[in-house]
Design a binder for this molecule. Sequence first.
Ligand code: FMN
Length: 221
Amino acid sequence: MAPTQSHLVPSDRGGYEAVVRDACQVRRFEHEPVPRADVEHMVALASCAASPCSSQAWRLIAVQDHELLAAMQAAVRERFEELALRPQLALHERMRAAAIKQALLFAKAPLCIAVLALPPSSPMKELMELAGVSREEHDRLCARPELQGAGAAVQVLSSSAHAMGYAACWTCAPIVAGERLQELLEVAPPARLVALVAVGLPAELATTPRRLPLEQILSFR
Ligand SMILES: Cc1cc2nc3c(=O)[nH]c(=O)nc-3n(C[C@H](O)[C@H](O)[C@H](O)COP(=O)(O)O)c2cc1C
């Protein structure tokens, strides 16, 4: 698709910075459903995220069906129960409890957005294939563009949700039950479930996590 022309407009820097700085991160949500028009609007904004060769090699499924959410929750619990049987985890009950809490957060919100990554198609990928580079070597050399693209979309989605008054929590711990979740969501390969984003009205005051000082995260050469 040919890129469309756009005219640069002055940005609303204050509004943008407020959305980024006060990322609305909560772990408790109101039950009130998210109207379909709002879901469509936040996803339309997410579609503006950068992606390799503008491929938008990701898809989103908005899950609001209570039965499906309950089945997804059960699948994640079951997976953790399977893991608990591994002798190596016998003495790590507290760690397991913390992990399962993180993994089930998606089911606490009225809306769960499932994020699917599609295999990227780019000249780089074709070049690697022609060169006979193995899948593992390709992943190492090309730094998983499909995950980076999906991540960019999730960040824009979360910020958009926040700008619209919602809280969003990006989770990937439930992907430990990825295969079963994919069955429930009827996701066919090569698409792959990579994250679940919980979205809803916040039911608690948002916290702003502490951030590393600039000198620790930025260097100039
Ligand atoms: C890639 C990625 C994966 C994450 N996975 C989870 C997760 O599985 N469960 C979870 O509770 N939080 C997860 N988070 C963190 C939350 O999205 C959110 O950033 C965090 O809850 C905010 O900080 P807090 O933990 O201090 O509230 C993830 C964040 C990112 C960027």
